[in-house]
Design a protein around this ligand. Structure first.
Ligand code: NAD
Length: 262
């Protein structure tokens, strides 16, 4: 199947590693022009790696998605370099782990800024350009925590639901502009963040890493943790013109871990 991404412009935020990086690489493999951002200089290394692997131009931008000025600059620089914007993938680092008792009020506010307001600002600044595209799409990256709360992740369990509400609302409001808006809800996917979560769990429980991975895998009907590439394949398809009638979908990519029917 041709995903019709050749020459399309895709911006993926928070993409120096993990799900964002895997998604950027897959867009590049499909011939899209890719812009990526993250806070540290490691974003330059990631961009160079993807460009040399795929032969595609990759624009590397240092930016913090919690900064309005940075987000505005990221959108403007992408459009100046590539002449437009067709696809926006909103990603950010996860909010801190913890129970309700662990998290103070200041951390709630910084987490709302990181997880919800980063997406709001990205869409605000991207919209004028997406409205000029013939195949515009927005994809938000959220979590299966929006369907089933995850132990020790009260911030993710709470704030990401607002991103789901935003995504669904935009899919209704922007339909008249032909802009498709969807979300992917990743389940356990083996990235550095998951490595950190597993290390934090074994530090508390005294289990071995293998035992903890086996415990997590047992919660997934497919019996394992997913890979960033498996996530990226779905993210790129959903954002591509090949998925032209898919709008307002909240798609779990979790090996079947969420048991609810809807
Ligand atoms: P990761 O920690 O491996 O990568 C996060 C990326 O975000 C990195 O490139 C980092 O540099 C960047 N980043 C962090 N804060 C940033 C900021 N303020 N501004 C710009 N860039 C920033 O994480 P991941 O596993 O790839 O997860 C991506 C998102 O998906 C996170 O929000 C995570 O909570 C969520 N998620 C992940 C999983 C999973 O199993 N991996 C499951 C559900 C949800």
């Amino acid at each position: 199947m041709d995903l019709q991404l050749r020459g399309k412009v895709a911006l993926i935020t928070a993409a120096s590693k993990g799900l964002g990086k895997a998604t950027a690489r897959q867009f590049a493999r499909e011939g899209a022009k890719v812009a990526i951002c993250a806070r540290s200089e490691s974003i330059d290394t990631t961009a160079a790696e993807i460009a040399s692997e795929t032969g595609t131009e990759v624009l590397s931008l240092r930016a913090d998605v919690t900064s309005q000025a940075d987000i505005e600059r990221v959108i403007n620089t992408t459009v100046e370099r590539f002449g437009g914007l067709d696809i926006l993938v909103t990603n950010a680092g996860g909010p801190p782990a913890g129970t309700f008792d662990d998290i103070d009020l200041a951390t709630w506010e910084t987490s709302i800024n990181l997880t919800l307001l980063s997406a709001v600002r990205l869409v605000k600044f991207a919209l004028p350009h997406l409205r000029q595209s013939t195949t515009p799409a927005i994809l938000t990256i959220t979590s299966t925590s929006t369907k089933q709360p995850v132990e020790n992740l009260v911030l993710s369990n709470s704030i990401r639901l607002a991103v789901i509400g935003l995504t669904k609302t935009l899919s209704q409001e922007l339909g008249s502009d032909k802009i498709r808006v969807n979300s992917i809800l990743p389940g356990w996917t083996y990235t550095e963040r998951v490595e950190e979560l597993i290390n934090a769990r074994i530090a508390k429980s005294g289990e071995t890493k293998e035992a903890e991975i086996a415990r997590v895998s047992a919660t997934v009907p497919l019996g394992r943790i997913g890979t960033p590439e498996e996530f990226a394949n779905v993210a790129v398809f959903l954002s591509s013109p090949a998925a032209s009638f898919v709008n307002g979908v909240m798609l779990e990519v979790d090996g079947g871990a969420i048991q609810g029917t809807f």
